[in-house]
Design a binder for this molecule. Structure first.
Ligand SMILES: Nc1ncnc2c1ncn2[C@@H]1O[C@H](COP(=O)(O)OP(=O)(O)OP(=O)(O)O)[C@@H](O)[C@H]1O
Ligand SMILES: [Mg+2]
Length: 373
């Protein structure tokens, strides 16, 4: 068997020191997929000794060493390094004793002196502890948000009674102050509900009420709601839909919420006298919606985080318009689109503008396989 890249036989002292000290499991494969080198961290990670691993293919190890097919539970950890082009993915690694542990891994091509690919390097990191911690964190936050609901509702009830004069006549100043408090409390209540919705949707607890809807109708209902606000900033709000009416099986209210959040952001973050465009593309089995603005754009380093709950781009200049968001809108968008087996993504250039895209299958049971867009 031809193998021009015998790393296993290499006695290079520094090389050995480096790979032995790496805090991640390193597996080196030849072109045919045989393991030709591992480091001690890899042995610890999978429970097999170096001797048991060398010369084997992954599939030959017990239940199969790496269950690469099984995607991780948490898509958030799915990243692409812009520098190296390497994709960091989550997978399940099956240990010698059958235990399945979540890992992050990335692949890099192994090249010989002539720059020919002669194998592959895979590096793995155990993320079981991190995942446990993240889960605990999430539960704590959701309990906290849940427990906030009752006091906010009770305080709102008493405020309404005060405003109705049920505890005595109020003067104008008192009325104004209480109205401000009441409005802020309503905002807080909305944020708590949105956040809990995100968590419940992620956990699959919210059932969608699917019905056949006209995409055009959904969009125009939202656009009508925003016309006045757009006009107040002299922003032209335009819609471009195909001539043929597109019918989709969706939860109307939730998809409206997606558009509301995207259009709200587009208007909020745009400078006055610009344009916000909503475009719909009809692709045989799915529909792609775009919300485009000529606003400030989102800095590249913030792009991987903008769909995280409570994330707001710190480097963006805040104006009166944009200072009081909570960073929950895009998390809501993502969870709703994904609950419809769709996908949401963004293109943004600082100084030029931002386009948010989402795609959803036209028929509900189309599955997440709408990946050809
Ligand atoms: N169209 C856009 N142009 C520029 N930046 C944007 C745009 N949309 C979102 N962002 C950035 O992404 C962050 C997250 O957006 P998101 O809608 O989740 O929260 P928000 O608008 O700050 O608050 P809210 O919870 O009220 O929606 C924003 O704070 C902003 O920094
Ligand atoms: Mg928003």
């Amino acid at each position: 068997m031809e193998n021009s890249c015998k790393v296993g036989g290499n006695n290079n002292f520094i090389f050995k020191l480096v790979i032995n000290s790496l805090p991640v499991g390193l597996f080196v494969f030849d072109k045919l997929g045989h393991i030709i080198e591992v480091n001690p961290a890899a042995e610890t990670l999978c429970g097999y000794s170096r001797d048991e691993l060398l010369g084997k293919c992954c599939g030959e190890m017990g239940d199969g060493l790496f269950d690469m097919i099984a995607p991780g539970e948490d898509e958030d950890t799915y990243n692409r390094s812009e520098d190296t082009g390497a994709e960091v993915r989550e997978a399940i690694l099956i240990k010698k004793d059958g235990e399945r542990i979540p890992v992050l891994y990335f692949d890099a091509a192994l090249k010989d002196e002539d720059d020919h690919i002669c194998g592959l390097v895979k590096m793995f990191r155990d993320i079981a502890a991190e995942k446990k911690m993240r889960k605990k964190h999430k539960i704590l936050i959701s309990m906290f948000a849940h427990d906030l609901k009752a006091p906010v509702a009770i305080a709102g009830g008493f405020l309404s009674r005060l405003l109705m004069g049920k505890a005595g006549e109020l003067n104008e100043k008192q009325k104004n102050y209480l109205t401000v408090i009441n409005n802020e409390l309503k905002k807080l209540d909305n944020h708590i509900h949105s956040f809990l919705d995100v968590l419940r949707m992620e956990a699959g607890e919210i059932k969608l009420s699917l019905e056949k809807c006209s995409m055009e109708k959904i969009i125009y209902d939202v656009v009508n709601e925003f016309q006045e606000r757009a006009a107040s900033k002299d922003i032209r709000l335009s819609v471009n839909v195909p001539e043929q009416n597109i019918l989709v099986m969706v939860d109307r209210e939730q998809i409206q919420r997606v558009f509301v959040n995207l259009v709200d952001n587009a208007i909020k973050y745009s400078q006055p006298h610009t344009e916000v465009r909503i475009l719909i593309e009809d692709h045989d089995r799915y529909v792609v919606c775009k919300v485009m603005d000529r606003g400030p754009g989102i800095p590249e380093e913030d792009l991987p985080h903008i769909f995280d709950p409570f994330f707001r781009a710190a480097s963006q200049e805040r104006t009166e318009d944009t200072s009081d968001g909570t960073g929950i809108g895009l998390a809501v968008v993502k969870s709703i689109v994904e609950a419809h087996n769709g996908r949401v993504w963004v293109n943004s250039t600082v100084g030029k503008g931002t386009t948010f895209f989402f795609s959803i299958p036209k028929v509900a049971d189309d599955g997440p396989g709408n990946s050809d867009k």
